[in-house]
Design a binder for this molecule. Sequence first.
Ligand code: ADP
Ligand code: MG
Length: 385
Amino acid sequence: MSMKERIQEKFRTLYGRDGDVFASAGRINLIGEHTDYNGGYVFPGAIDKGIMAEIALNGTEKVRAFSLDYDEYVEFGLQEEDKPEQAWARYIFGVCRETIKRGGKVAGFDTVFAGDVPLGAGLSSSAALESTFAFAINELNANGIDKFELAKIGQSTEHNYCGVKCGIMDQFASCFGKAGCLIRLNCKTLEYKYFPFNPEAAGYKLVLLDSCVKHELASSAYNKRRASCENAAAAIRKNHPDVEFLSDAKRVWLEEVRTEIPEEDFLRAEYVIGEVQRVLDVCDALERGDYETAGEMMYQTHFGMSRLYEVSCEELDFLNKLARKMDVSGSRVMGGGFGGCTINLVKKELYQPFVDAAVEQFTEKFGHAPKVYDVVISDGARKLD
Ligand code: ADP
Ligand code: MG
């Protein structure tokens, strides 16, 4: 049975009728890492792994929700004090509350949902869950909230109901994603633009290798990196007052303050300024259908994240090095670093040998196998037929 059929069967059993089916997606980010809080670009796309939910209004002021993957049923009201215990239900509750806070109507509903985004692997299963419900609730109540605000409903849900102070990229990608396209988002102005990305048609595949490690350093290191960036931007601002974020600075402006800031801050800033430019270069390359150049930029990003920004780790460097050795077109750590996945752009004929070698050699060295996720860029939040 397909996921949709399993959802529909359970919905009928639980609620004795049919509803409408909605879906949304997890996401990847091809390039543009640690650029968001520096006012730079990110370049995400929605993927063919997501959340699907059948929903119908139930004429009450309550939500009745069943998670197929957790095999768990929860009921909750729509007032602030009705917050459910279960983590998964808080995402749905949060989306309801954030919709109400924006003046939207939320009538009680019944739902059954399931998903196939691996949890906590850096593909943002939580954004897929939020955007599915944000989109569906908007439709079913005819609230007319625009897509950007739906993304913000998801982000605020993370902030206010799930304790995660995330940026807007994941929810943005999940709401705006389109098959065959990546979306360049300017994190300062929130302007965005679609670029063609169809590696399958050009003879490539996109594959993630999950190291399945998460090193503890991540959050303190993250705060230190942010402070370095702010310090470098402040030094540059003295000469160039228009520099609000580090992404506004030119490489030569950074050189001017080289001796005024700690070497470490210089290296961090060098990475960020380079990364902002690389996103633009990758977009140019993709408009020409030049996947090899895009891939080369991914390697440069990995180098920068490993040597300048210093947020990689042994496991990720190992996977990246192997990709290079095997002539994979592009490879880099995806996400904040210190663990998680590498994202790899690989020619179709190289796909199987590369994945086999990665699994075998990684397992031999680190004692556990990496997980392999094939991804295809797909549609984001939507109603299904
Ligand atoms: P990620 O990086 O995948 O977004 P998070 O920890 O932010 O990881 O979100 C994972 C959480 O989202 C899960 O613990 C669960 O509460 C919820 N979630 C994600 N996918 C599902 C699903 N298929 N069914 C129920 N809850 C889900
Ligand atoms: Mg998440």
